[in-house]
Design a protein around this ligand. Structure first.
Ligand code: 6GU
Length: 401
C-alpha cells in the first residue's frame, strides 16, 4: 500500500518510521511519502493560511497550495500499472467517525492520501477540486468527539489501524480476530505469569482460577461473559445497537465457539431435513463437527439458547470479495419453535450486526424453498436474477437503509 501525507509539520509523522509500521516500510509492504505543504506556497513567507470570508475567529488554509500539493501527489502516480488514484482522507473533527470497519475498508485500497488541516480548516473548494477535477474519492474522518489542533495525530492513528491489517504486517494473523471492535464487543481481560503475584507487601493478586483449569469450554464462556460485562459497563452503546428483541430477547445469546459445533450440526440437520433431501443442501447434511467448527472461524455465528438448549442460530460476515456487503447465513429456528416469528426477528438481529461500512445485505436459499423466499421478500429482500451462488439456489439482496 502507498500512503502520501501532506502537512505543514512533516516532522510530526516521524513515528511512522518506528515499530511495526517502520518495519512494514522497510519490508516494502508500505510506501509512505510525507510532503511539506509549504513547498507548494510560493510567496516569500510561504503563506498557507488567510482570514475567513464572512468573518469569524482563526485562519483558513488557502486553496492554491493545497491544490498544487494534491495535483503533485496524483501526478506522481501517473505511471502506475494499476492506473490507481489515491483515496483522499481528510482528518477533521467534523468527519465520519473512524471505526475498525472503516480501517478494514481502507486496508483494501492500493493508495491512500491524507490532507492534514490546521487552523479552522481548509477552504471548501479544495474538497471540490479533489473530487471533481482530480476524480478522487474524498472522506472526512474524525477520531472522536473532541478537538485536536490538526490532522497529524489522526494520520498516525488511521495509518496504524490500517497498516496492521495489511497481509504480512502482523506476524500472527490470528491475533487480529479476537480483538475489541472486531465483533462489536470489547476484549476480555488478559493475564500472564505469575499465577499469584504480590502487588504490595501482604497483598497477593491471583489470576482467575478458570484460566488455569485447562477447561477450554469454561474458559471461552468466562471470557465471553467478561466481554459482555465490560461492554455493558464501558460502551453500553455497542450493546444496545444490536440487542435482540421480541421472543429472541427471552433467549440466552452468545457468540458460538467450537464447543457449540456438535449442537449446531444437530440443529442444522433438524432445520433442513427437507432441503437436505431435496438439494443435498450443498453438503450441510454431511458436514462433520470439525467442518462446522472450522466455519466458526470464518463467520461470526450467534447461538440462542432456552434453558440451555440450542434453539436458534444465525451467522454473518462481510463478503470476502466485497466488504460493503454483509452476508447472512444459516438462519435456523428449532422445528418445534417455528411459525412464531422468531425467524423474522433473527433476520433483523443478523442485519443489525453488520458493521457501519456495509451498504447491502446478502443471503442465499434454495430456489424451491417457497416459505423462506416469502419471509425474505417480506423483509425487503429481492431475488437476484439467475442461479445463486450454489446450484439449485438463488441469491437475495437488500439495500441497507
Ligand atoms: Cl481527525 N482532526 C482534528 N483536528 N480534530 C479531531 C479529529 C481530527 N478527530 C477528533 N478531533
Amino acid at each position: 500500500m502507498r500512503i502520501d501525507v501532506v502537512s505543514i509539520f512533516p516532522e510530526y509523522l516521524a513515528p511512522l518510521d518506528l515499530s511495526l509500521i517502520g518495519k512494514a516500510r522497510r519490508d516494502g509492504l508500505l510506501d509512505v511519502r510525507v510532503h511539506d505543504l509549504r513547498e507548494f506556497a510560493h510567496d516569500r513567507h510561504r503563506t498557507v493560511d488567510d482570514t475567513p470570508y464572512g468573518g469569524g475567529a482563526g485562519m483558513v488554509m488557502k486553496p492554491q497550495p493545497w491544490a498544487e500539493a494534491l495535483d503533485a501527489v496524483v501526478r506522481s502516480g501517473a505511471g502506475r500499472a494499476d492506473g490507481a488514484r489515491p483515496r483522499l482522507v481528510v482528518p477533521g473533527p467534523g468527519g465520519t467517525p473512524f471505526t475498525q470497519a472503516m480501517a478494514r475498508e481502507l486496508a483494501q485500497e492500493p493508495w491512500l492520501a491524507f490532507a492534514c488541516g490546521r487552523y479552522e480548516g481548509i477552504d471548501e473548494r479544495v474538497y471540490e477540486h479533489a473530487a471533481q477535477d482530480l476524480g478522487l474519492r474524498v472522506d472526512v474522518v474524525s477520531l472522536g468527539d473532541y478537538v485536536l489542533n490538526g490532522g497529524e495525530v489522526a494520520v498516525l492513528a488511521v495509518t496504524e489501524a490500517v497498516a496492521r491489517l495489511l497481509p504480512g504486517v502482523i506476524g500472527n494473523a490470528e491475533s487480529l480476530v479476537e480483538e475489541s471492535h472486531e465483533d462489536g464487543l470489547l476484549e476480555y481481560p488478559v493475564y500472564t505469569k505469575p499465577a499469584s503475584w504480590e502487588s504490595a507487601p501482604g497483598t497477593t493478586r491471583d489470576v482467575p482460577r478458570v484460566l488455569l483449569s485447562g477447561d477450554h469450554r469454561a474458559i471461552a464462556q468466562w471470557r465471553h461473559q467478561q466481554r459482555l460485562e465490560r461492554t455493558a459497563a464501558r460502551r453500553p452503546d455497542l450493546l444496545h445497537a444490536s440487542q435482540p428483541v421480541g421472543a429472541l430477547a427471552d433467549l440466552d445469546l452468545a457468540l458460538a465457539t467450537a464447543a457449540d459445533a456438535p449442537e449446531l450440526m444437530v440443529l442444522t440437520r433438524a432445520c433442513w431435513v427437507g432441503e437436505i433431501a431435496r438439494y443435498g443442501m450443498f453438503g450441510a447434511g454431511e458436514e462433520s463437527v470439525e467442518q462446522v467448527a472450522d466455519d466458526l472461524t470464518r463467520w461470526q455465528t450467534w447461538v440462542f439458547r432456552s434453558g440451555g438448549r440450542l434453539v436458534a442460530s444465525v451467522r454473518g460476515r462481510l463478503d470476502p470479495q466485497d466488504p460493503a456487503t454483509w452476508q447472512i447465513g444459516r438462519l435456523m429456528v428449532a422445528p418445534d419453535l417455528q411459525h412464531r416469528g422468531i425467524g423474522r426477528e433473527l433476520l433483523a438481529f443478523a442485519e443489525a450486526q453488520a458493521p457501519a461500512g456495509a451498504t447491502a445485505y446478502w443471503l442465499n436459499t434454495g430456489a424451491g424453498s417457497d416459505r423462506n423466499l416469502r419471509i425474505y421478500r417480506k423483509a425487503g429482500y429481492r431475488v437476484r436474477p439467475g442461479e445463486g451462488s450454489f446450484p439449485g439456489t438463488v441469491d437475495l439482496t437488500k439495500r441497507r437503509r
